[in-house]
Design a protein around this ligand. Structure first.
Ligand SMILES: Cc1cc2nc3c(=O)[nH]c(=O)nc-3n(C[C@H](O)[C@H](O)[C@H](O)COP(=O)(O)OP(=O)(O)OC[C@H]3O[C@@H](n4cnc5c(N)ncnc54)[C@H](O)[C@@H]3O)c2cc1C
Length: 678
């Protein structure tokens, strides 16, 4: 009897395991799906952050059976609301809808779920809407320095923006962001530049500038998403937590289920410490660092894939929440942003904060209650500082916060500070960082490794979205993209659905520039690319015949002739000499054209590209701006989207004209090359 009982128990256990491996009844095609059968089996989604939730919703709404495996006891990941404590309901991570109305992915979800979005800032860095921004000096008198500081600040910005295009044209190598800034600002730092450097970098990359690689031309591509003319940032009333709640509805989520390995060897199987789940495909939507350090993939990915994976990194950002007793907040509802001019290495805690009211949802027509909570973002040197305070204990952190507040608001009662809480995903073993950026030596191509289709597995998450990485919208779009990779065009279940992520325009945003941005970039001409050089020496970019007679005479004195004007091989001797080596007559001719020593030397370095550009060659165009047949011609020369935009060499580029195949020569001619230009 006992042995029959044991066998019965074993059978029961086996049956349970079998059920969990194949999916129980509740896992089957969900009720209300437009149609079952877009997928050929159960799909597993690892990670229930925004990326995982959007991929699961997209698949389920297409009629697939989906199981989401999440390490934590709640969904949302870095977009979750705080679950407990005095700041319960506030966003633990993502807080802003960058770009406001122009943030197509989040706005589409907000409309779908009927969530209200409220405008809060000027542009991505809150540099507009200055009337809601209170700016403090780092030291000295504690008065509000708004008017003068903003005047200087705007001047600094203008100065910066004017120089960016110059440096983009000049620097073709990878730099740490700080070095790029140094070039841009011509080593003339002042406190406002320092502050911009710190705030811009830490806000964009969550890490100090020395550690972030930048190919300036790519930063420009990336930032077209956050156009400086965009209507500014917005917030979801009720926070990102309200979006996460909606996204999780109706999904089959297995909580406290940490996946340790994924095998694609015979079938797709996903292992946790004590269970194995099988499915037709898996979407891996865990953060970058988890993928780098904790997730075992079998068979291993290629060495190129792994090299790219390790050229990316996550930064460290902490959020400091400070609650004021009722009626004792030092600011009224007119102020949204608090910032303090700090240097690059400052350990100040309260240098970039927002004033927030309660988090509950309300229609946008109902005014926000007065702010009672200050939320500060800490990165770089301040992150290390707060880590020490955390180790010293809660009281040490609280007294430091009060001390800094009193410097800014001397009238404040220290008892007005009711609660202080520090949160960072860097300490969460299932995240291990804030958001992703590229190390020095990386390029945007490293983000594209995740977009390659590999049978049985797809990757999603903010780190897998080349054009928007590091953001909530990147996570959302990549989740939808991964779902479509799994669906592989089988969209028969989606007819009549209003789910926004069946729209290709939206789910391909990680790699495709939005139409508007594409148009903006395609407007590049030689003069815009080399601005401000054309303003100084306009004839440099004109046809030989089309330029004024006087300019032609001056160029002739420098050795240029109608034939050499368009030919690489016939450049005159003067075009190889730096300014000090020019003869007196050559200097006079160059001055008559508008050159100074600085602009002459800069143009000298660029002469090869300038000749190519004025000859009409498409090699300085962005891939997306080329017509399909031009793209095909470039491909004949071994150049694709990423190599063209990043100016990486192709094998063909090292060959002489005569060494090219006939097909390659024809392609090269069609895209603007001539034997003498090659
Ligand atoms: C402090 C902070 C502020 C931010 N502010 C903004 C902002 O204002 N605007 C903006 O657009 N973006 C912001 N971001 C970035 C944004 O939050 C993220 O880009 C986005 O939420 C990432 O979503 P994800 O789905 O890619 O990853 P995550 O949200 O990290 O989701 C991954 C999920 O996988 C789970 N997981 C991990 N390992 C395993 C495992 N082994 N098994 C099972 N599950 C696992 C995790 O628990 C997590 O739930 C901010 C981030 C931080 C940290």
């Amino acid at each position: 009897m006992r042995s029959v009982g044991r066998i019965g128990l074993l059978v029961l256990l086996w049956w349970k395991q079998f059920q969990s491996a194949l999916g129980s009844e509740e896992d089957s095609c969900p009720a209300g799906s437009p149609r079952c059968g877009s997928c050929s089996g159960r799909i597993l989604v690892v990670g229930a952050g925004l990326a995982g939730l959007v991929s699961a919703q997209t698949l389920q709404r297409a009629g697939c059976e989906v199981v989401v495996l999440e390490a934590h006891g709640h969904v949302g990941g870095r977009a979750a609301a705080l679950q407990t404590g005095p700041f319960r309901g506030f966003d633990a991570g993502a807080q802003w809808v960058h770009g406001g109305e122009e943030n197509l992915p989040i706005m589409a979800l907000a409309r779908f779920f009927n969530l209200t979005v409220e405008h809060v800032g000027g542009n991505t860095d809150f540099e507009g809407d200055h009337e809601r921004h209170r700016l403090f000096l780092a030291h000295g008198p504690n008065e509000d320095v708004k008017a003068e500081a903003f005047r200087q600040y705007l001047q600094a910005e203008e100065h910066f923006d004017r120089r960016v295009s110059w440096v983009i044209a000049e620097q073709r190598r990878d730099l740490a962001l700080r070095s790029a800034w140094q070039l841009i600002l011509n080593r003339s730092f002042d406190p406002l530049f320092e502050w911009q450097l710190r705030v811009r970098n830490e806000q964009s990359w969550g890490i100090s500038a020395e550690q972030v690689g930048t190919r300036l031309s790519e930063v420009a591509v990336y930032s077209t998403f956050y156009s400086q003319d965009a209507p500014g940032d917005a917030k979801l009333i009720g926070g990102f937590g309200s979006l996460v709640r909606e996204l999780a509805k109706g999904l089959n989520v297995r909580y406290n289920t940490e996946v340790t390995s994924i095998s694609l060897e015979s079938a797709v199987s996903v292992r946790t410490a004590n269970e194995t789940y099988r499915g037709a495909a898996v979407i891996v939507a865990v953060p970058l660092t988890v993928l780098q350090q904790k997730m075992h993939l079998q068979p291993p990915m290629s060495s190129d894939w792994n090299a790219s994976l390790h050229r990316l990194q996550m930064g460290d950002v902490a959020k400091l929440f400070i609650k004021f007793a009722d009626g004792q907040s030092p600011e009224g509802s007119g102020t949204y942003l608090l910032s303090k001019l700090v240097s690059h290495t400052s350990r100040s805690l309260l240098y970039y904060c927002t004033w927030e009211a309660a988090t509950s949802t309300r229609p946008s027509t109902v005014p926000a209650p007065p702010p009672s909570t200050l939320i500060c973002l800490l990165s770089g040197a301040s992150f290390s500082e707060v880590l020490k305070l955390k180790q010293a204990g809660k009281e040490a952190l609280r007294s430091r916060v009060v001390e800094e507040l009193l410097q800014m608001y001397p009238q404040l009662q220290s008892t007005a500070v009711e609660a202080v809480q520090l949160v960072s995903f860097s300490w969460d073993p299932s995240v291990l960082g804030s958001w992703t950026s590229g190390k020095v030596g990386s390029s945007s191509r490293d983000f594209s490794i995740f977009e390659q289709a590999i049978p049985g597995i797809a990757f999603a998450g903010e780190h897998t979205c080349r054009l928007m990485y590091g953001t909530a919208q990147a996570a959302i779009v990549s989740g939808a993209r991964a779902a479509h990779e799994v669906l592989a065009g089988r969209l028969d279940g989606t007819i009549g659905s209003t789910w926004p992520f069946f729209d290709k325009e939206l789910y391909s945003l990680c790699d495709e520039l939005a139409d508007e941005a594409r148009k903006e970039n395609c407007g590049f001409t030689c003069p815009t690319l080399w601005a401000p050089l054309p303003e100084v020496v306009p004839s440099l970019f004109q046809d030989w015949q089309g330029m004024p007679k006087k300019a032609r005479r001056c160029w002739s004195r420098l050795g240029w002739r109608p034939l050499s004007w368009m030919r690489q091989a016939r450049k005159p001797a003067s075009s190889f000499k730096k300014w000090p080596l020019l003869s007196f007559a050559e200097k006079t001719a160059a001055t008559c054209l508008g050159f100074s020593a600085e602009t002459w030397n800069a143009a000298l370095k660029e002469m090869t590209d300038i000749i190519l550009c004025r000859s009409g060659c498409t090699h300085l165009q962005l891939w997306d701006c080329l017509a399909k047949n031009q793209q095909r011609d470039w491909q004949h020369l071994g150049i694709d989207r990423s190599t063209l935009n990043e100016e990486l060499a192709s094998a063909a580029a090292t060959k002489s004209w005569r060494q090219l195949t006939r097909l390659q020569r024809k392609a090269a001619i069609r895209i603007g090359y001539r034997p003498w230009l090659w």
